[in-house]
Design a binder for this molecule. Structure first.
Ligand SMILES: [Fe+2]
Length: 167
């Protein structure tokens, strides 16, 4: 396998992980929104709505997928690979438990932190391929923008989780 192909595959894998995590977050927020319960029901319902509408939007996922397609035009962006990543991360972080409405905060925080980690890896993988002069710097800006947006989510989740921990 040539150096170009192996670096390119590393970068594609990194993008699939990011897309899988973004899809999972959108779904996990939406289900936690629907199933919110308890004393803070209404506030949680609204917070989680904000998180799936703005914090992990379909438009954001679309931007990352379109950029991936632009980077690797010769291969389709695979639905089955994305679903595998969603399922993998859902199991790893017990996302199903977060969808029931009972204290979803620690799980959602853990998934957001994994996203930050994978965005960083994708960012670095793009940098490596960029040395081969095939990519534009807009990709780095896009990934940075996604990271910034999700750091806001982390702030909101951590504040809410603190409330849970301090009766
Ligand atoms: Fe709703």
């Amino acid at each position: 396998m040539s150096l170009f192909v192996s670096r390119s595959t590393t970068s594609q894998n990194a993008f699939y992980k990011v897309i899988g995590l973004l899809r999972l977050l959108n779904l996990a927020y939406h289900h936690a929104h629907i199933n919110a319960k308890g004393e803070s029901y209404y506030g949680d319902h609204l917070l989680l709505q904000r998180l799936y509408e703005e914090g992990s939007s379909i438009e954001e996922i679309d931007s990352v997928m379109e950029r991936m397609k632009g980077l690797f035009p010769e291969v389709p962006v695979s639905l089955s690979t994305v679903l595998k990543e969603v399922e993998h991360y859902a199991r790893q972080f017990k996302a199903y438990d977060a969808s029931t409405g009972t204290n979803p905060w620690p799980i959602l925080i853990a998934i957001e932190m994994e996203l930050q980690h994978q965005l960083d890896k994708a960012y670095k993988s793009v940098g490596e391929v960029k040395e081969l002069a095939i990519l534009d710097s807009g990709v780095a800006n896009l990934l940075q923008g996604v990271a910034d947006n999700h750091q806001k989510n982390l702030y909101l989740l951590q504040e809410r989780n603190m409330k849970e921990l301090t009766p």
